[in-house]
Design a protein around this ligand. Sequence first.
Ligand SMILES: NC(=O)c1ccc[n+]([C@@H]2O[C@H](COP(=O)([O-])OP(=O)(O)OC[C@H]3O[C@@H](n4cnc5c(N)ncnc54)[C@H](O)[C@@H]3O)[C@@H](O)[C@H]2O)c1
Length: 251
Amino acid sequence: MSELEGKRVFVTGSGAGIGKAIAALFTERGARVVISDVNTLAAKQTADEIGAAGVANCDVTDETQVQSAIQQAVDLLGGLDVLVNNAGIEVSSPLLQQPTDSFDKIFAVNVRGTFVTMKAAIPHLVESRGNIVNIASIAGIGGSPLLGSYCATKAAVIQLTRVAAVEMRPAGVRINAVCPGFADTAMVERLVPDFEAATQVPFGDLVAAKQGRLGTPQDIAEVTAFLASDRASWVTGSHYVLDGGLTASLV
Ligand SMILES: NC(=O)c1ccc[n+]([C@@H]2O[C@H](COP(=O)([O-])OP(=O)(O)OC[C@H]3O[C@@H](n4cnc5c(N)ncnc54)[C@H](O)[C@@H]3O)[C@@H](O)[C@H]2O)c1
């Protein structure tokens, strides 16, 4: 039997990119996945394409929408075993030139969104002794020019993961994070021109030198699937780095 057979799963931001790959792999491995995205058209297309169990959309910055989407998923699936907090945005800007409303916005999506979605899902996960995987980033571990506020949000996601994991251990709920390096999605495509302008190095060369190759959304989905499965039953409060060795090297 597949490791995710029958698992009832809710993935935020799963209309595209890494979230879509996670939803597709989980479905392929027997999970029943509810797709959720602020982009309702992308959510529907993804659900149709991968044969998901359903769609329950929300903007993760809106707590009422999040609570309602989680409830819809629970009603549809008959409970919840796994929450994947994947929805996230990037901002490319020198930190101290970033407008404050843009700083607030990225914290609202990446940090507040993770917080309110965990809160809404937790009663259902306590019931199922389920687990949460938060998609953080290597930007939460090291700094990067142009990604100051993004780095701060992802460090916050790692810390939320740690504390929530320790607090929820007695209830049997595991909570982990995944920290990918650069992966092949629209988010990275949007960042390339600014990175090339700042470094004067072709992005492909930078990636080859630092992480061997660009990650794929499937690379991230594989580790997320492991963490969400019962094979990871003793893993909680951790953050798994997937970056082709980027953070392992000082030069
Ligand atoms: N691509 C990378 O290299 C990379 C590396 C490390 C971490 N990450 C993280 O992985 C996650 C997914 O990134 P991606 O590269 O697939 O991005 P993406 O921009 O390709 O896709 C993000 C998805 O999230 C949705 N979304 C955005 N704001 C939302 C909101 N407020 N509420 C609900 N959904 C929302 C978008 O509509 C989109 O479908 C993000 O948390 C990102 O920070 C990405």
